[in-house]
Ligand binder design. Structure first.
Ligand code: CA
Length: 599
């Protein structure tokens, strides 16, 4: 366990003790909990539990299951706080509290938020939700697809407040898991395919009052770039780049939405997130770098002011949203231990940055045959693009790797401080891409490209890899026939869990990648496995299944595979997913049988 992690355990435990909510079991209880989306602020998705381990995992069996009653894609993972598990669903974003003290975990309460049905077609890539956030005063938060941030009383499930953050009638929806930092809850927006101007907004956890808002595009005053902003690269230097790197007023429709995972470093008091594609996918309509789309931001959570920013894909031509998770670890790089931030981008590069200042230390492809850029220049921070695979509305560019859906999309990676390796669920998909001239209309799709996706090098559509972020190298890989479109979990038991689009939950050896166990859940997995200690003292592993998201949109929304460009190109790659799995929305929970567990 890293020093940073120990500190964050202590902080969360002190917070709980101060409020009289912690159990008398002390630190052991906190180790068995999962109180925020990535378990800890660093998004490592690592659990110190080791009762289930490489020696006994072959005996793992289903203990109980729970249907959310919703059949669209289920991303994210439940939380476990004290003796209660909190589960969320896809639209209409139902929240359930389950009692872990009783066999089969019966329901304590269920909250069904009222949401208009005409929100559904405004979500580009299924009506997913990536999960809940929790404040130790007993409040749960969920972003509603229609654009409201909802606060619930964790004890009763009653609404505490509900505030409008985005308007689905203008094309902006909400799908990501918010983050709670001190007494603020920070929410993002989706809608990069609807000409939405991305932003993050912080609200007071008690009142729901807005504390600050920071945009991804526009003048520095609205992006919240001030005198403290660190500039490392010439292309990041200058005033109001969020306006000047766009043509005309295109920045107002400039995308840069904020639908990914958020991390936080309490010591540096910086929170990290990144932004999506620039609006419209047709690059001819927006010459320039299009800042600050495709950018990792570090911000002060108290004020929203940016500390640094790094744009991974200037002038995107491929819909390589930069929103994937930013995992915080201490790593040896070039003979020094660095406070690192590790990010596996949709564009196929795995980045290791110094998270104190935003300098890129390592940038190497983690997938095969990345061809839109040959490398990332560490001096300038700029990728060396290959014009052969650039896109335009003048012609159809073929055989671009990776595809728009990325060699990795939202499915979050995990890190084990025991092996110092990252465990990354990936897609292996390439594409043809043709820009299309498009006119903006409020609340209407603003896509501007025709995309066809298909399997990448080797023909397998997914890979699960172990990655050394100090060197930027794949250590081992497992080929998957479909995408590994669910998240990863690493444990002190020497295990890594991940899910596949067919619905397999697999456990592999963290060192070798050897498969040790698998179970076929009722539907394709696009959610993230997690683990916890229940009041009975046993360790459990849980995962949501429920095919959907961008990769699974065909099955989730009942779209046929006749047109390979349907589902923004996903049907070309995953049109046969319905022959592997069916719709569902089920949480499956696993444990060891008594004879093995008590050994
Ligand atoms: Ca996008």
């Amino acid at each position: 366990m890293s020093k940073d992690m120990r500190r964050s355990y202590r902080i969360s435990l002190f917070a709980l003790l101060a409020l009289g909510l912690a159990s008398t079991a002390g630190l052991a209880a906190a180790e068995g909990e999962w109180t925020m989306t990535g378990r800890t602020y660093d998004l490592q998705r690592f659990s110190p539990l080791e009762k289930i381990n490489a020696k006994n995992v072959a005996n793992l069996q289903a203990a109980w299951s729970f249907s959310t009653g919703v059949l669209r894609g289920h991303e994210g993972n439940p939380l476990v706080i004290g003796k209660v598990m909190y589960v969320h669903s896809a639209f209409p974003n139902i929240v359930f509290a389950l009692d872990l003290t009783k066999p089969g975990a019966p329901m304590i309460w269920k909250h069904v938020p009222a949401q208009p049905a005409d929100t559904i077609p405004v979500a580009c890539c299924d009506v997913v939700n990536r999960g809940l956030a929790y404040h130790p005063s007993g409040k749960l938060f969920i972003e509603l697809l229609a654009g409201d941030l909802l606060a619930l009383d964790a004890k009763t499930g009653k609404q505490l407040w509900r505030t409008k953050n985005a308007d689905y009638k203008e094309g902006s929806t909400m799908t990501n898991a918010p983050i709670v930092i001190k007494d603020l809850v920070i929410a993002g927006i989706s809608g990069g395919e609807f000409g939405v101007r991305g932003r993050v907004t912080a609200y007071d956890v008690n009142s729901g009052q807005e504390a600050w808002r920071a945009y991804s595009t526009g003048p520095d005053s609205e992006v919240k770039i001030g005198p403290d902003f660190i500039v490392n690269y010439p292309s990041h230097k200058g005033k109001d780049l969020g306006v000047s790197t766009w043509q005309g007023e295109e920045w107002k429709r400039g995308g840069g939405t904020t639908w990914g995972w958020y991390s936080y470093d309490p010591e540096l008091n910086l929170f990290y997130y990144s932004t999506g594609n620039p609006g419209t996918w047709n690059p001819d309509q927006r010459p320039g770098d299009n800042k600050w789309s495709m950018t990792i931001f570090a911000r002060n959570p108290d004020t929203g002011m940016a500390r640094w920013a790094y744009q991974m894909t200037p002038h995107d031509e491929w819909d390589y949203d930069g929103v994937n998770e930013n995992i915080l670890v201490s790593l040896p790089v070039g003979g020094q231990t660095v406070k690192a931030l590790v990010h596996f981008d949709r564009n196929g590069f795995g980045y290791t940055l110094d998270r104190t200042n935003g300098k890129v230390l390592v940038a190497q492809p983690y997938g095969p045959g990345v061809n839109w850029a040959s490398s990332v220049d560490l001096k300038t921070g700029v990728p060396t693009k290959n014009p052969k695979f650039g896109t335009t509305a003048k012609n159809n560019t073929e055989k671009i790797c990776p595809a728009a859906i990325g060699y990795k999309d939202q499915q979050p990676a995990a890190f084990s401080p025991k092996t110092n390796l990252f465990y990354v669920p990936t897609n292996n998909i390439c594409m043809d891409y043709e820009g299309v001239e498009v006119k903006y209309a409020v609340g209407q799709p603003y896509v501007g490209a025709i995309v066809r996706m298909y399997p990448g090098p080797g023909g397998n559509r997914g890979r699960f890899i172990a990655w050394d972020a100090s060197k930027g190298k794949v250590v081992w890989e497992i080929k998957e026939p479909l995408a590994a479109y669910g998240g990863a979990l690493a444990t002190a038991g020497g295990l890594v869990f991940y899910g596949t689009m067919e619905g397999w939950l697999k456990a592999v050896d963290a060192k070798s990648g050897k498969e040790l166990w698998k179970f076929k859940t009722p539907s394709g997995i696009i959610g993230n496995p997690m683990t916890f200690l229940a009041p009975d003292g046993k360790q459990y592993v849980a995962v949501l299944s429920g095919i959907g998201g961008w990769a699974g949109i065909g099955v989730a929304a009942g779209i046929g595979a006749e047109d390979p460009t349907a589902g923004l190109g996903a049907l070309g790659a995953f049109g046969d997913a319905g022959s592997f799995t069916n719709q569902g929305g089920v949480l499956t929970v696993f444990s060891l049988p008594e004879r093995v567990a008590s050994k």
